[in-house]
Design a protein around this ligand. Structure first.
Ligand SMILES: CC(C)(COP(=O)(O)OP(=O)(O)OC[C@H]1O[C@@H](n2cnc3c(N)ncnc32)[C@H](O)[C@@H]1OP(=O)(O)O)[C@@H](O)C(=O)NCCC(=O)NCCS
Length: 205
């Protein structure tokens, strides 16, 4: 078993060439996810494979969106940089609402709302705890970025397609609880049934 690390993808990227490289790598991983695990996702390979470069660049440049990247180290080259290492998984975390964006006159909720999506681990490294590490890293990232000053709290939502029991079990083991067993949604003319989950997260202070 190699050694793995999880890094926050820098946003903005250091320069345009680096941004292009990030985008090419994420596109490759994402398309492998949608092709190899089509039943785990609501998005379709055929839809994303046809998207122009801007679609991928905009995903990376989006505000309030964070990509955590799982990398594998080459044991013979322990000092490789982030871009020299192999990318073998990722997760997309986004802030749906926080105190700065909410209208305090109408919204007295004090917890920040986050979302976790697109969790993916390459098939050849599955089953060795990396999915757990990636989801734990997501929770830790949110813990470290809770904006509410006086009442430090947040929650994170995620959804799992019916039938994806591995992911459902993984999230529940890490503290997510089911808030809706049977959410119905439509995308690109197709119907899906989802289980919605939530985890409450306390800030670090
Ligand atoms: C779901 C996924 C991220 C799990 O990654 P992973 O690295 O294999 O997960 P882990 O090794 O950390 O396993 C975590 C838990 O997942 C469950 N799990 C993982 N693989 C499993 C398998 N083959 N059979 C049954 N349960 C499994 C178990 O609960 C396991 O906990 P345990 O090791 O204590 O028994 C990975 O399979 C994946 O990328 N799947 C395709 C995309 C996907 O479904 N994404 C989630 C969308 S909501």
């Amino acid at each position: 078993m190699g050694s793995f690390s999880i890094d926050v993808l820098p946003n903005p990227a250091h320069d345009h060439d680096t941004l292009l490289e990030y985008s090419a790598r994420l596109k490759r991983l994402r398309l492998r996810a949608l092709k190899g695990d089509a039943n785990s996702f609501v998005s379709k390979y055929e839809h994303e494979a046809d998207q122009p470069q801007d679609f991928w660049l905009n995903r990376l440049k989006a505000d309030r969106v964070v990509h955590l990247i799982l990398t594998r180290e080459n044991e013979a080259k322990p000092n490789e940089t982030f871009l020299q290492k192999e990318w073998v998984g990722f997760v997309v975390i986004s802030v749906v609402r926080n105190d700065e964006s909410s209208d305090k006159a109408t919204d007295n909720l004090s917890a920040d709302e986050w979302n976790m999506a697109a969790v993916y681990i390459e098939p050849e490294v599955r089953g060795q705890g990396l999915g757990k590490r990636l989801v734990r890293a997501t929770i830790d990232y949110i813990k470290g970025h809770i904006s509410t000053e006086d009442n430090k709290a947040a929650y994170c939502l995620t959804s799992v397609r019916h039938g994806n029991d591995n992911a459902l079990e993984l999230y529940q083991r890490l503290g997510f609880r089911i808030v809706n067993l049977n959410e119905h949604m439509e995308k690109d003319g197709k119907e899906y049934f989802m289980t919605d989950l939530r985890i409450d997260i306390q800030g670090e202070n």
